[in-house]
Write a protein that binds this ligand. Structure first.
Ligand SMILES: [Zn+2]
Ligand SMILES: [Zn+2]
Length: 126
């Protein structure tokens, strides 16, 4: 179709199973062939050669352990919410994920309830 652009995705890569990209590297995908929405707001996108689990901007990438054998794991037993992208946990999780590791100052500010982050407004005082 003339003028019709195939959908692609632009984003930062984390946990590349094929080790082609370093964490946080920005990539443009090739054309998306299929998309499958998941209950948690993420979706799976497939191109000809790759499969991406996509976290829309602002979605925390909460850690889950499969087959965890730690005797007292706070994430599995305690249900601790911990984001592998911004490294916030529970009280130090901003409203939306900034898409990178927070600085110590940001993390402490969120924890203390002084600052918060959304993509609409950026970092701001509460
Ligand atoms: Zn996060
Ligand atoms: Zn665990």
């Amino acid at each position: 179709m003339a003028g019709f652009k195939k959908p692609v995705l632009v984003g930062n890569i984390f946990n590349d199973r094929k080790d082609r990209f370093e964490d946080g590297k920005t990539v443009h995908t090739t054309a998306i062939k299929s998309r499958e929405d998941r209950e948690d707001g993420t979706f799976v996108a497939r191109t000809l050669n790759s499969t991406y689990l996509v976290y829309p901007m602002g979605t925390h990438r909460l850690a889950t352990h499969e087959n965890c054998d730690r005797p007292h794991c706070p994430i599995c037993e305690g249900g601790l919410a911990f984001c592998e992208t911004c490294r916030g946990a529970e009280a130090s999780l901003p409203t939306e994920c900034p898409g990178r590791k927070m600085t110590e100052e940001e993390e402490e500010g969120v924890m203390a309830g002084i600052i918060d982050f959304t993509w609409e407004k950026g970092w701001m005082r509460r």
